[in-house]
Structure formats: C-alpha cells, structure tokens
Design a binder for this molecule. Sequence first.
Ligand code: ADP
Ligand code: MG
Length: 245
Amino acid sequence: MTNSRRVLVELAGVTKEYKVGEISTIALKNISFMIYERDLVAIMGPSGSGKTTLLNMLGLLDRPTQGKIFFEGRDVSKLSDKELAYLRNMKLGFVFQTFNLVNRLSVLENIEMPLIPRGIPRSVRFEMVKEAILKVGGEIEWLKKKPNQLSGGQQQRVAIARAIVGKPSIILADEPTGNLDRASARIVIETFLNLNKEGHSIIVVTHDPEVANCMERIYVIRDGMIIGQYNANPGDSLLSKVPRA
Ligand code: ADP
Ligand code: MG
C-alpha cells in the first residue's frame, strides 16, 4: 500500500544540533523518515524528545546539521531561502497547540494570510476563505470576528482553515489538541480525517494516545531517535471514546 504512494518529504540521516553558548543539544540523531502522499501519521514521545524539531525539519522551517532533506525528490539544501519560502507557502500548512492567530486581525484576515504572497485578488481570496472555513465545520459568521471572540475549539478550526486555504499537500500539526477539551479535540481530529480523505497528508505530533490512535501509523520518538513504529488501534481512539459534541 505505502509503496504505491509518492514520497513527498524524505529525511535522510538527519541530525540536528542546537548550540546555546557552551551547551550543545543533539535534538535529532541520524533520523531517516518519509512522508508519503495521503499519509495519516502521529508522532509521539515525551517532552524534549525532538518532536517539534522533527516537525520543523519536515516543514522546511530549519536546516539540519547533518544529513539531507528531499522535498518531492529535490535536495532542499540546494534551494535558496526564497525557493524554500515558496515551497512552504504552496505545499505546507502548519497548525500549533496555541493556535497562533493574530488577535488584532479579523478571522477572515487571519485565514487569508497564506494567499497574500501569492498575489491572489481579494474577491478570489474571499471565496477560498469561505470554502476553507466551511470545510473545517466553521461558520461564515466567524469571519468578521476577532479570534479571541471565539472558543478555543473554534479558534483551532480557524487555524486549520488558515493551514488549508492554500490547498497544501501536507498539514503539520504540533500538539493541536493540547489546549482543547475532549469534545473540541474530537472535532479537530475529525476535520483532519476529512482532509486526509480529500488527499492531504496529515502529520500530528501529540502526547495523547487517544489522538494518536485516530491516525493510521504511529511513530515513537525518544532522545532524538525513532524507536518504534506501529499501526494505530482505532478501538482505543478519541473517536471511539468521546461522543460527538
Ligand atoms: P519536543 O517537541 O519533543 O518537546 P523539541 O524538539 O522541542 O522537543 O526539543 C528537543 C531538544 O532540543 C530539547 O532538549 C530542547 O531543549 C532542545 N531545543 C529545541 N529547540 C531548541 C533551540 N531553539 N535552541 C536550543 N535547544 C533547543
Ligand atoms: Mg514540542
């Protein structure tokens, strides 16, 4: 099954070392990892194990200390910052634990942000934003509000709308349900599953085994190394345990 799908991102022997003054931390140790088309993957591991660093590598947000990253077969180290920014904008959507919405902008302005550098006209942007907010189960009503006038679960759906408005192939989410109640978490996960059915690859970093079990495959990372990979158990997932809101 996996083999018939196209590889979107490949990390080949990636090591990431952070240096702060005299202190060096090796956050990733010689990691090899692939994201395939239509992937539905969870990454689990204790705090400090390298999950965010791994997501930053997959999302082309940072460069490795050693090893290579290939994006759709192209060696990322050969790309300029401008080419990297273009790839990130076109192909990748990011979702964070704390939503990272801009409270002085309206929900509409938050969601359309990735479309601005593409030079898309305002009326087309508006149509794309409406499509995105409906796709995440949101309401057109929200668009004129400020993010902090919405509940946490609603804000995370706005953040997902921002991540998908530009139709990226991959969505990278860093503990997206970490600040949500269980019912809101369920809605966020259902949104990801629907997006996956439409063809997006979904990579979710989580502490929560019931969230991880909503995906297909689970990778376990510890001390900067991937120490296990197994199939999710849908019977022990948020979807099977938390009733629909
Ligand atoms: P996780 O997301 O699993 O909690 P991180 O990837 O954030 O782990 O961090 C992995 C390790 O790298 C930790 O020891 C952390 O302190 C260190 N680290 C992460 N980012 C930086 C940074 N920008 N500068 C220095 N050390 C960092
Ligand atoms: Mg983290």
